[in-house]
Structures are given as C-alpha cells and as structure tokens.
Design a protein around this ligand. Structure first.
Ligand SMILES: [Zn+2]
Length: 185
C-alpha cells in the first residue's frame, strides 16, 4: 500500500467510526487568536498541548521559519482575513529554537536543486528577473530577532487594525517551553 492509499484507508475508518464528532467546531476560533508558526513537524501536536489548546481554538498559519516574507504575500493576507472576517483579536508570531529554516544556507539547497535537474540557466534567469533566489533561500541568524522583525511587519502593515496586539514567542521543540520575546499589551 502506498502512502496515499494508507491515508485514504485511515480516512474511511475515521469517517465510518464517526471519530469526527470529537473535533466538530465552528469556523471562528474560540480563543480569538491567530498563531503564525513554523512547519516543523515536532511542533504539530506539541503546540496545542504545550499551550493548552484544542481543535477550533486558534487560526494557524504555518510555513518554513514562521516568516512573513512579503507584506502582501499569503501569510499576511491570512492574518488580515482572520482579523477582519474571522473574529481574531490577537496575533502571535511563534518561532522556535533549532529551526531548520533558520539554519538554512542558500548554497546547499541550490546545489541540491541542480543535482535534481534544475539548470543554472533557470536560476540565472530568475536572478536577472529581479527574483533574488539566493536571498530568498537565506535563513536567519537569531530566532528572537526574526520573530521581532515579523512582529514589526504585522504591526506596521498599513491595512492592519492598530488595536490588535501582536505578540512574539519562541518555543523549544523538545520541551514545549515558550519564551516571550515581545508582549504587546
Ligand atoms: Zn522551524
């Protein structure tokens, strides 16, 4: 059985057992908060357990590094939609220590791309079209600084509701312990 078949078989059982009854909730988050966090798989369940959350409590946007790479990209758009349309009253940017994206250097990922058939021409064309692939694939030095920078992007966004607090946290992916790097009350 391949992965997709396994997932679909699990899904059939889940639905026929009515396990979904344990997860039914509304579209608006009960805790009225949106958390931007890293896609790191160690944090999937840990985030909920370590913060005492359950299904339906939060809106969550996940990406590599818990970054807002562009003020008009999909992460920032999700935050604005959540604030204006989905009842979100606070935003938390939550990075984590030992982040794979933080440690990312452009050179190894570019050479991996090349070894899988992406030609130098493609990369050069992008660079000449104003897409700085090298900078785009650059991680960060300090997770605390990165979280603070992302908090600033949200707080200073021209379309953001100025009354919405934007906090910054850093989670330890081994213990779930959270450090506050920006408390916005
Ligand atoms: Zn990470």
């Amino acid at each position: 059985m391949n992965l997709l078949e396994t997932l679909l078989k699990n899904n059939e059982e889940f639905v026929s057992n009515k396990d979904y009854l344990n997860y039914q909730t509304s579209k608006t988050p009960d805790k009225k908060v949106l958390i931007v966090s890293c896609m790191d798989s160690r944090l999937t369940e840990l985030t909920y357990k370590a913060l005492g959350l359950k299904n339906g409590d939060i809106k969550q946007v996940k990406n590599a590094g818990a970054m807002i790479t562009h003020p008009y990209g999909s992460t920032m758009r999700s935050i604005l939609v959540a604030v204006y349309m989905l009842g979100v009253e606070e935003v938390i940017i939550m990075g984590h220590t030992d982040c794979g994206f933080g440690a990312l250097k452009p050179e190894p990922i570019l050479s991996e791309m090349k070894s899988r058939g992406i030609s130098d021409d493609v990369i050069n064309t992008l660079m000449h079209s104003g897409i700085d692939v090298v900078d785009w694939l650059q991680g960060f030095e300090s997770v605390e600084e990165s979280v603070n920078e992302n908090v600033k992007v949200v707080k200073q966004h021209p379309l953001m509701d100025k009354k919405v607090p934007v906090h910054g946290l850093v989670m330890n992916p081994d213990t779930g312990a959270v450090e506050v790097v920006h408390k916005d009350y």
